[in-house]
Design a binder for this molecule. Structure first.
Ligand code: SAM
Length: 477
């Protein structure tokens, strides 16, 4: 396995321009009946602040890992695990969630696995953002989505509650904090809400009285009064049914996308619709066939976004997975790909096939990271043996981590000459050999039996990665 450099805990993201990270929020420990007699410390019990010490103490290191993850630098498996623990701790200690709720959390997962991949579009840069629009672009206004597209009628007519804006909910929390919390806690809330101190002070000057239960309710996002009232309960149930009916009744199929890159037949489209599990409210296969147009020709060789990605080695849709078996590490897709989509390049130093052979012969490295191919009359090789490479000294490049499969491949190498401003460059792109789903391991056929024999024209020289001698058997998956 390659040497993994440890991510540096340099507090990336802690600065003013760094990525924002969730901060712990404090809440009252003792929810007294009287809003004016809040008790924050209870004898024999820890304070909220003490309970949240872990979050504060680990924060700097976690921001370091967070920054490295964002910049796609190498982060060790141990650090990733720690980061996951910290995220769980934020939910449990910072947001007061029950462990069961965290263990069973699937809500955001459902968005990430099923909604987001459906929105990703070829040649549209989603910038790796979590929430993207059906056009594949990062969302522009979350407030707008909440107030306009999350139709206020749902709030008004179904739940009989007024719609809430982000400013309103933030104001409620601030007002509550101003009454219930001590100075340190208020500062934490202000920090949590990413306010500047003067802004926070303006809010705290309001000093509106609000009872503790309302603070908890506002932090938890529901009103306990409504839930507990018998008649309201019934109303709530009814309104939820109305909401469900409205959701079921709306024309969601417009947002349902079937990726088709070849002229489809009605039969094929029908099967695809069935495979998606859509039984109602979906486009008719005949309509899809009638409206199908070939995708716009993608000028890969002059695609500036692709050049940028190759330069930066930014493939945010890929992740490395440790298989803990003979395969070692491999690469998985974190979004879906349609057949023909460019997944990444096979990154390395371009040398002649002759030089490649010499490197191979002199190498003691067990792994095979040399890809031999033909470009016109030239026999070339991409040498990805050296890690990290000279141009990306702090990161792993993805192409070299993809494993081999002959019978179960989903990726194929494609040679092209990318017209970089500094000059044309022979490049090996790894493209989807078929539609690929989220979480699939990416594999391509190394096309090799053994190492290249000098002077011998073999299938390898049409394009093949060197497998170490004696490891062929391991390579059939
Ligand atoms: C280009 S590297 C792929 C990344 C590698 N698995 C790693 O952890 O860095 C090629 C090496 O991975 C291993 N490998 C690739 N595909 C394999 C497979 N299907 N079964 C077993 N080992 C495989 C072999 O050791 C091979 O020399």
């Amino acid at each position: 396995m390659d040497g993994q450099s440890r991510a540096r805990g340099v507090g990336v993201g802690g600065g003013a321009d760094g990525p924002a990270m969730v901060e712990p929020v404090s809440a009252p420990v003792n929810a007294g009946e009287d809003c004016g007699t809040m008790t924050v410390c209870v004898e024999g019990q820890k304070t909220i602040s003490e309970c949240q010490r872990l979050l504060r103490n680990a924060k700097k290191d976690m921001l370091g890992i967070f920054g490295n993850l964002q910049e796609e630098k190498i982060v060790s498996a141990e650090e990733k695990t720690l980061f996951r623990y910290y995220c769980e701790a934020i939910l449990i200690l910072g947001h007061f969630q029950r462990p069961g709720a965290v263990e069973g959390m699937t809500f955001l997962d459902a968005h990430y696995l099923y909604v987001r991949p459906d929105c990703v579009r070829e040649n549209v840069d989603d910038d790796g953002k979590f929430f993207i629009s059906p056009k594949g672009r990062p969302i522009r206004s979350a407030s707008n989505d909440l107030s306009v597209f999350m139709p206020s009628k749902y709030f008004d007519s179904c739940y009989k509650i007024p719609s809430v804006t982000s400013q309103e909910i933030r104001r409620v929390v601030e007002t509550a904090a101003s009454t219930a919390f001590n100075e340190e806690q208020k500062a934490m809330v202000a920090h949590y809400m990413a306010h500047s101190t003067p802004v926070a002070n303006t809010h705290y000057r309001l000093r509106t009285a609000i009872c503790t239960t309302a603070v908890c309710a506002s932090l938890a996002g529901y009103s306990s009064d409504e839930e507990s009232a018998g008649s309201s309960k019934k109303r709530g149930r009814d309104s939820r049914q109305i909401l469900l009916r409205q959701v079921e009744g709306c024309t969601v199929w417009k947002t349902r996308r079937i990726p088709i890159v070849h002229p489809p037949t009605v039969d094929k489209v029908g099967k695809m619709v069935k495979k998606q599990g859509w039984t109602a409210n979906h486009p008719r296969p005949e309509d899809i066939v009638a409206k199908w147009r070939p995708p716009k020709k993608c000028h890969i060789e002059t695609d500036e976004k692709l050049m940028k990605r190759i330069r930066k080695q930014k493939w945010s849709w890929l992740a490395i997975k440790d298989y803990e078996d003979k395969r070692g590490q491999g690469v998985i897709a974190t979004r879906a790909f349609v057949k023909g989509a460019v997944i990444c390049d096979y990154h390395g130093e371009l040398v002649t096939a002759e030089e490649g052979r010499k490197i191979l012969e002199s190498s003691t490295d067990e792994m095979g990271y040399l890809y031999f191919f033909t470009s016109g009359s030239q026999q070339l090789c991409i040498n990805a043996q050296t890690h990290p490479c000279r141009c990306h000294p702090t990161m792993e490049t993805m192409g070299r981590k993809m494993n081999h499969s002959k019978n179960n491949l989903n990726v194929k190498p494609q040679h092209c000459k990318i017209k970089f401003p500094e000059g044309e460059k022979d490049t090996l792109l790894l493209v989807a050999a078929r539609d690929i789903a989220v979480d699939e391991e990416l594999r391509f056929d190394y096309g090799a039996q053994r190492t290249v024999r000098p002077g011998r024209q073999s299938r390898r020289e049409q394009g093949a990665l060197s497998l170490p001698v004696g490891r062929e058997g391991a390579a059939s998956t």
